[in-house]
Design a protein around this ligand. Sequence first.
Ligand code: ATP
Ligand code: MG
Length: 551
Amino acid sequence: MDSEITKDFLRQIVADDLAAGRIDAPVTRFPPEPNGYLHIGHAKSICLNFGIAEDFAGACHMRFDDTNPQAEEQEFVDSILEDVRWLGFAWVGPVRYASDYFERLYLAAERLIDKDLAYVCDLDAEAMRAYRGTLTEPGRASPGRSRSKAENLDLFRRMRAGEFADGAYTLRARIDMAAANINLRDPVLYRIRHAHHHQTADRWCIYPSYDFTHPLSDAFEGITHSLCTLEFEDHRPLYDWLLAALEVEAAPRQYEFARLNLTYTLTSKRKLKQLVENGHVESWDDPRMPTLAGIRRRGIPAPALRHFCQRIGVTRADSLVDVSMLDFCVREHLEQHAPRAMAVLRPLRVRIHNLPQAVDIEAPLHPQHPEWGTRSLRLSSELWIDREDYSENPPKGWKRLVPGGEVRLRHAYVMRCVSVDYDEQGQPCLMHATVDLDTLGAHPQGRKVKGVIHWVDAGQAQPVRVRLYDRLFVSADPEAGEGDFTRHLNPNSLHELEGMIEPYLLQLQPEQTVQFEREGYFVADRYLSQPQAPVFNRVIALRDSWGKESA
Ligand code: ATP
Ligand code: MG
């Protein structure tokens, strides 16, 4: 392991296990349920499980925890695999499914019956709840608890054979109805569910519970460290009980860590699904969504997300991470990796009256990477600038254009605004200007010009659709308080503009990122963008102005 990497408590545990000879190499797994798209919280778990395997020359398995066929779909399986690959990780061995183990799980359940450690229960869900007791009261034994081994085996086999309706029986572990930990009060191991499964089709009509499936799947795969979020801490005694009951040698160990919570962000597949189904966003991969597919489409590079996960670290303390930390990692990455170009998002036409002929200019693609080369710009007597770079009544500290004032056109001349024509609505529609012909690559004589604005030559410009995204929620904790989280949705989370871009931008491939100078970082949309007809999404503005300025 790289000694530079600071060890979180889980890496410390793995290092200790290696040093003590308890394991030869760690084997971890990432075990999503395919009931939705992965979100940024899952990125933490992916980076942790795959990262530990990488750091200690072990292996990480990709395993779908697919025991709940009604909520699961092949679409989610496919998207999850794509997201994990996109994030930059490779699993060892085939893609695994808990459903691959249904037969072995079934046989393990028969063994528990045979050891008198499981029984068939006839209580329905409501009765089972009533029998379970409360935190202060012990539970009561189900009538089925005293059934004979032979009877249990017979009933369980008939459950599998499809003789009974959904909910008629369950298989439960026989542990302790008075246990302080309610998870140990004879938890359900199998339910009857006549449902089609995306992997096993109609082969099964009984499905194992998560609590039964997870430890055994871990054991079947030789997982050494089974890492999960803190809400499973109370399930650990059951995890250990099952492995002991089935006499598993070198049993996997479960360790818990705090889930990632982010300000202004939902991290629940169920709630994200609601946003999609109720049309609050366009799709699971809408660039405003905190799904990995949405983050990707937004243009956030995978290395920036991995870096973010590294920075937030791994602990057992629940916390809320400020989303500006993610923004910081994104800007830091794009500042170094995105080439520069010019795009005018709110075009205002300018006519230069004293330019004898068009000039061609070579402009660097990145100020710190001369080796990246340049792109060619032309300046002729008609160009586009941004409407917002002109003001008749400028606020204090304004460095952009005013009537009679000067600014530098980025990479080109100093330009003076001579006059402005207005349309019928009283909006500026054409600016008349002159340039100082001695200022190409040179300071103007006898005066300082502070402002610099971007521009695009009108003869070269190509129209473009640009989508400016803002936070999806206006509240830092959209799940807090009374009522539905959707009331915290930001009504202005998307602005579409028709802009003008320089020719270089026509060459960008879908998913390539770029800095529009003075505007922010943008990405060519993964699906809508075609070379020659691009659509750009704003990844992020250049500076964090959120809450300080309107969009
Ligand atoms: P959700 O609540 O969004 O449905 P989940 O925990 O049910 O998430 P799973 O598919 O079961 O989703 O999760 C796969 C793995 O990812 C689990 O090990 C889970 O603990 C982990 N995980 C899920 N959400 C987070 C999160 N916010 N932070 C860190 N890890 C997470
Ligand atoms: Mg879950």
